[in-house]
Write a protein that binds this ligand. Sequence first.
Ligand code: PGA
Length: 252
Amino acid sequence: MVRRLFIAGNWKMNTSSSRAVELAEQVAGALAYVDNIDLAVFPPFVYLSQVAEVLKGTALAVGAQDCFYEDNGAFTGEISTAMLKDVGCSYVIIGHSERRHVIGEADELINRKVLKAVGDGLKPILCVGELLEQRQADETDEVVSRQVKIGLEGLGKADVLNVTIAYEPVWAIGTGETATPEQAQQAHAMIRQLLGELYGGSVAQSVRIQYGGSVKPDNAAELLACPDIDGALVGGASLKVTDFAGIVAGGR
Ligand code: PGA
């Protein structure tokens, strides 16, 4: 099974209404030629509708940076999956390292969100990754396996095919420090092996595993050339059109 590359731009808590629209227009223009890679951008919630409107009919899909696991009700500040679909999202990032380590989200909460997103027809990007001290203590495999196992708990084989896993070592996010292609490939291969144990070899071969953490135009090609790296989750560089376009070009 050939996995199409998937390059995603996580805008995090950046842009303004006018900048979000401008950036979306520029990115769509710069990547209009792409037909062999899946592309998506993840603006802040409040700009989703505007960005989705601009990107209608282009090669770029729109996703949200988080969601909640209930449909509606007294959950002040939360956003449901139905709301996200209503404004044109097809993807949602769940368990991003900043939500785990800045906001304090735990694996069980992340799992509820993944189940809800898949159940409601959104395609989640489940983010996993170890802290620097965990890598130094040789705990990477253990930490990442636990995050994958709990994050996917309760999903059947058909459902897992709608999930993308993003391996993002926490020490590489927004730091300018990137995992070497060898380190990244090793973690991705470990995740794929685990998916094989959980869901069987053919599912494991079909699930996309993205790398994230300071992906830039000058390191994208060698990362994306690794056999188990099926795309990139790009943060900082997705705010610069030439950088994002350069990363996509590196994946071709
Ligand atoms: P970065 O962020 O590319 O700025 O390191 C990646 C991410 O957080 O998804």
